[in-house]
Design a protein around this ligand. Structure first.
Ligand code: NAD
Length: 288
């Protein structure tokens, strides 16, 4: 595959940027991949494992002469990073981000993007519970969705070029309105994560069941909850703080339905439980 970009700068060298570095370099999708992370320790690790062609010690140096700049830091850090790099961006460059929330990232980042730079926000729907520079791997995005949420005035050629890169890394792409993205992700990812965090917290607080019993006798459901609940706390704190309205909307509906089922159990209303589970089973069968 020939290079899609000349130079790609990755800001933040965790799971997502690390996976991009592997995929881009293995696929020959850029002539050079330059990386920067805020912590000296992360940069050192990235150098040790040869994550990028070059690891530099400032964001300004990373973005100099880059055709594509990827903001791969926690959602709450996006604005500060955008402000930091703005004066150093090459005219005509594209800036994208990989944040799990889109509207608040756009609101925070877009005002810093100078004229002549294309901002194309995005979100790969791919991840693991691992974080940091050693967590990345080239196949993370294979057959996973990568949603792009371009603004109405974004240059279509810049969106197409980023789409080419994302597809070359093995992902499927779609475009979405940022606010709609946030609602969809609140249902499919953010609220389920919160429920998993809560369930693991509940198990931890039970005094009559030991932690060993919880681990030893956990069936697939709870095992998956513990895996999800091991995800990076900074990332998930920022997701909830920045997708507040959509998450609260979904959690409100979830709580209402939970109360209905709770009452059915208390009242011994087997028919209501059966009907509810029949409906949810049909939904699953309809989408798989
Ligand atoms: P991570 O914790 O593995 O890595 C984050 C990196 O950013 C770290 O290297 C950290 O040192 C660096 N960093 C933090 N603040 C910084 C700053 N101010 N300047 C420069 N570097 C900074 O996180 P990740 O999983 O790669 O997530 C990165 C982004 O991708 C987040 O916005 C997250 O919402 C999004 N995302 C994560 C997943 C997932 O499942 N992990 C999936 C899709 C999108």
């Amino acid at each position: 595959m020939s290079a899609i970009y000349d130079r790609v700068a990755l800001i933040g060298l965790g799971l997502i940027a690390g996976s991009m570095a592997h995929a881009i370099r293995e696929g020959g999708l850029a002539r050079e991949v330059v990386g920067y992370a805020r912590s000296a320790e992360t940069r050192e690790t990235a150098r040790e494992i040869n994550l990028c062609d070059r690891i530099v010690d400032s964001a300004a140096e990373a973005v100099a002469d880059a055709d594509l700049v990827v903001l791969a830091v926690p959602v709450g850090a996006m604005a500060a990073v955008a402000a930091d790099i703005a004066p150093h961006l090459k005219p005509g460059a594209t800036v994208t981000d990989v944040g799990s929330v889109k509207q608040s990232v756009i609101d925070a980042v877009a005002p810093h993007i100078p004229q002549g730079i294309h901002f194309v926000p995005g979100h790969p729907l791919a991840g693991t519970e691992h974080s940091g520079p050693r967590a990345g791997f080239a196949s993370l995005f294979r057959n996973r969705w990568w949603l792009l949420t371009p603004l109405p005035d974004t240059d279509p050629a810049a969106v197409d070029r980023l789409t080419d890169l994302v597809r070359a890394m093995g992902a499927k792409t779609d475009r979405m309105e940022p606010a709609h993205h946030d609602l969809v992700l609140a249902v499919t990812s953010h609220a389920p994560h919160l429920i998993a965090f809560t369930m693991v917290g509940v198990a931890d607080h039970l005094r009559r069941v030991t932690d060993e019993e919880v681990v030893q006798y956990s069936a697939a459901g709870f095992r998956d909850f513990t895996r999800i609940a091991a995800s990076d706390p900074t990332m998930w704190r920022d997701v909830f703080l920045h997708n507040k309205d959509a998450t609260l909307d979904i959690l409100g509906r979830f709580t209402e339905e939970l109360f209905v089922l709770q009452r059915a159990i208390r009242m011994g209303d087997g028919q209501q439980l059966f009907d509810y589970f029949t409906r949810t089973r049909a939904i699953r069968r309809g989408i798989i």
